[in-house]
Design a protein around this ligand. Structure first.
Ligand code: COA
Ligand code: MG
Length: 283
């Protein structure tokens, strides 16, 4: 999944717009974009909406976190709508995934869905404990885990800190650390690595640069908060013509059978060959 567009589940206009946005995934939100008093209404609206949903974007649902006491009500309401998966926010460590995986066993059984059919995207940097315990995640892989994403705003809020970004827009060190931890854990687990939101949704150039940097760093996709960000993210996570042409030249350079070759005056060896093959496999 390259682009995952968040859609507040209690907003009729945004629900109506969502399926024509071209996102690989829509993440219908029951958590932070819905005020507590509107959670029951949001569940109801979403279930009704999904009855007639005919878009080609995968359907994901962000449920409420385990600490707030709403998760079971969310799962009981929405699993019958057969989402591809749920986004689980504010985890504290791998045991949260185990717990929700058991909840899903029950919700799937009672909704008549195949056991294990609902996957999970975990938001793995929203509590200080989760960041500190990131190294435990690959030791307890959960079959349902499809990917992880990271976010800085809730981590900053959990620490009573200020804006997670420095005035130049870069992440302050603790968030950069959390981002790197998430990225490494995803690749250690072999699951999708999803970059966080670019909040300045009226700045397409900034979104493009931010998305390109995320792909360069090894993220496989990125969250969008506004329809305008979707095509930018889709393009940034697709290899450019230049990259494809270069990858083909790398493959040609290795055709002679040597393990190390020179191209444009630079040394290339097996990691470069693997990178070129990986890039072309995704085209
Ligand atoms: N999903 C679907 N449609 C969206 C959308 C979204 N996330 N964000 C905006 N739209 C729609 C609007 O409804 C509007 O369509 P309409 O005229 O038919 O109603 C159109 O796109 C243009 O929207 P715009 O006026 O530019 O933005 P806005 O002021 O309505 O909304 C935000 C701005 C940031 C509040 C909105 O983009 C949003 O709610 N984003 C998601 C927030 C979220 O889920 N946060 C939690 C995850 S981090
Ligand atoms: Mg949040």
């Amino acid at each position: 999944m390259k682009s995952l567009l968040f859609v507040p589940a209690d907003n009729e206009r945004k629900l109506a717009k969502a399926q024509s946005c071209g996102a690989d995934a829509l993440v219908f939100d029951l958590e932070d974009s819905v005020l507590p008093a509107r959670k029951p209404l949001a569940r109801q609206m979403l279930v009704e909406y999904l009855k007639t949903y005919s878009g080609s974007s995968q359907v994901w649902i962000r449920v409420n976190d385990l600490a707030c006491g709403e998760t079971l009500a969310d799962l009981a309401a929405v699993i019958g709508s057969a989402p591809v998966g749920i986004v689980l926010p504010k985890i504290f460590g791998p045991e949260c995934l185990e717990r929700v995986s058991h909840y899903l066993d029950m919700a799937e059984t009672s909704a008549g869905r195949p056991l294990g059919s609902t996957t999970i995207l975990a938001v793995c940097t929203e509590t200080p404990a989760a960041v500190l315990r990131m190294g435990e995640m690959p030791k307890k892989p959960i079959p349902r885990l499809r990917g992880m994403l990271w976010g800085g705003e809730d981590l900053s809020s959990a620490m009573g800190a200020g804006d997670p970004r420095a005035p130049d827009g870069s992440w302050r060190p603790v968030y950069e650390y959390a981002r790197s931890q998430c990225l490494l854990a995803c690749h250690a687990l072999g699951v999708e690595a999803i970059d966080t939101v670019y909040v300045d949704f009226k700045n397409p150039e900034g979104c493009r640069a931010n998305s390109t940097a995320a792909r360069y760093d090894g993220f496989t996709g990125k969250v969008a908060i506004h329809p305008d960000q979707v095509p930018i993210i889709n393009a940034a996570f697709s290899p450019s013509e230049d990259e494809i042409a270069f990858a083909r030249r790398v493959l040609e350079a290795f055709e002679g059978g040597a393990g190390a070759v020179s191209l444009d005056g630079k040394m290339l060896d097996v990691p470069h060959l693997k990178a070129a093959r990986r890039l072309l496999a995704g085209v």
